[in-house]
Each structure stands twice: as C-alpha cells, then as structure tokens.
Write a protein that binds this ligand. Structure first.
Ligand code: A2P
Length: 276
C-alpha cells in the first residue's frame, strides 16, 4: 500500500440516495478488452483508485471484472459504474448481462448512456434494475438540463448522477447548476479532452507555475468545480500522475484563467452534437 491508496480511497462524495462515490475514478472508454484493460484497471487498483467506469458499449466489462478479481481488493471497496446501451431494449436484462461479464453481484452505479428514444424511455427499466438489486444507484449520461427535467418529472427514483464531458474547455455552467439544483452529482468524462487539452498554453502555464503536470491541473479544476472526475489512461505512470490531485489547490486566479477557456458558452446542454 502506498500513501496514494490511503488518500484517494478516502475521497468520496455522498449521492442523493445516500451511497458514496469516490471523487476520482479510472475511465476505460476506448480501451480494448483484454490485457490493455486488465493492466490499466489492475494498476489503478494498486495505486489506490477505488472507482472504475466502464459501459456495455465499451465491450471491456469482462476485463474490468478480471482485473478486479485478480487485484485482491475486496468487491465492496471498489465503486463500479457501467452504462446501459440505449440501442438495446431492456435495461434490467442488459444489467444482468453486465453482471455476468463483470463477474459481480451488483454494480454501484448504472447509467443510461445517452438519451436515445427520448429522455424517459429507459428510466422505468433502470428503476427495475435497481429494485432487482443489480445496481445500488442509478443515473444518466449525456443528458442536458431539459432531459434531466423530463426524467425528474417522470421518475419514482430520481437519477443521482449525470455523466457528461466537462473540462475548462467544456465548462457547461448552466448544466452543472441544473444538475446541482436537482441534487444530481455531475461526473466529468474526458476531462483531458481525450488528451487534446494537455498542450493548451494556459493549462501549461498554470502547471509550470505551480510545479504540477497539465493533467493534474485539468483534473484539479474539475474537483474545485464540484465534479467527480474519471480520466482515462493505459499507462501506469500516467494513472499514478492523475491520482495526485488531492494535495494542492488552484488559486482563484488560476481557476478564473482556466474558466475563461470555455467554448460552450456556459451551455445547459450535454453535447455539442448527437451521435445517434
Ligand atoms: P494513454 O491512455 O495513452 O495514457 P481523457 O481522460 O480526457 O479521455 O484523456 C485520455 C487521453 O489522455 C488518453 O489518450 C491518455 O493516453 C492521455 N492521458 C491520460 N493521462 C495523461 C497524463 N497524465 N499525461 C499525458 N497524457 C495523459
């Protein structure tokens, strides 16, 4: 065990349903099933990550499960998220298949991956998946404020998370505010802009001025803006680098300089364009 394990492990936030979500997770979008995913997840768990974010469409749940079992970390110490592929019919039946692939009895969080077929289409099935014990918490991803409002109006159990791309360049202030008003925790995917934001001059300047890496600056920005954050990497040293974000603070001035990078005009929408 390293110091990292103890510090990252303790950093959690309460969801509206009372469950706790670790502020930092490893994302495995676009990581192929097999050794690449197994290694990334195993390293993350060794380095103290206690939150792994996968999805049915990533097709790597099997490797996430394998890494979890091989890590020796107890199942109940790790927060696992997967997402319903909304081009499929039944969220509960698909959750059961995810559990088989992951080799676990439940996931901690189950999200509607995107609002295909309308914002409320999958929600009754998501609630059923939770009732059946397949998921401890349920939520959504890629939902803007108008879609969140529709789900909140129709739900018996409200969503507790909305996972969306957030970064200083995608600082969707109105969406963040709308989520907070609905008691929904916003989770930032692609916080490094899939790597593209790391070379930005402002990010690099801030990083150099405080002796941190550009990735740490972008991830720390998320924490200070009230976001849970799930950077992706397949390299051990980067997975380690990305976990060192709890031992420094960005100044108000640096935060303002980063905020000014926003290209969404503070939108309440989750996406610039849809892919379905
Ligand atoms: P790799 O997986 O080869 O390590 P995002 O989380 O925004 O989707 O960004 C992921 C991308 O950023 C991946 O291409 C990943 O590369 C790269 N990346 C992740 N962490 C770091 C880091 N600390 N330094 C440099 N590049 C990183």
């Amino acid at each position: 065990m390293t110091t990292t394990s103890r510090t990252t492990d303790a950093r959690t936030r309460a969801l509206a349903d009372g469950n706790q979500i670790p502020l930092l997770g490893l994302g495995v979008w676009q990581v192929p099933n097999g050794p690449t995913t197994v290694n990334a997840v195993r390293w993350a768990l060794e380095l103290g990550y206690r939150h792994i974010d996968t999805a049915q469409v990533y097709a790597n749940e099997e490797s996430v499960g394998r890494a979890l079992r091989e890590s020796g970390v107890a199942r109940d110490r790790v927060f696992i998220t997967t997402k319903f592929n909304p081009s499929r019919k039944d969220p509960a039946a698909e959750a059961e298949r995810s559990l088989q692939r992951l080799g676990v009895d439940y996931v901690d969080l189950y999200l509607v991956h995107w609002p295909q077929g309308g914002a409320t289409r999958a929600w009754p099935g998501m609630q059923r998946a939770q009732e059946l014990g397949y998921a401890r918490s349920i939520g959504v991803s890629n939902f803007g404020v108008s879609e969140l409002d529709q789900v909140l109006a129709a739900a018996t159990v409200p969503p507790v998370v909305d996972q969306v791309q957030f970064s200083p360049f995608e600082y969707r202030r109105a969406l963040l505010k709308g989520a907070q008003q609905g008691n929904i925790v916003a989770v930032a995917y692609s916080p490094l802009g899939t790597g593209h934001h790391l070379s930005n001059q402002t990010v690099q300047r801030v990083a150099a001025s405080i002796g941190r890496t550009p990735a740490q600056v972008l991830l720390r920005w998320c924490l200070q803006r009230g976001l849970v954050v799930i950077p992706k990497s397949t390299h051990r040293e980067r997975i380690a680098d990305n976990a060192q974000i709890f031992d420094f603070t960005l100044s108000d001035q640096d935060m303002a300089a980063l905020d000014a990078l926003d290209r969404t005009n503070g939108t309440d929408r989750a996406l610039e364009r849809t892919w379905w």
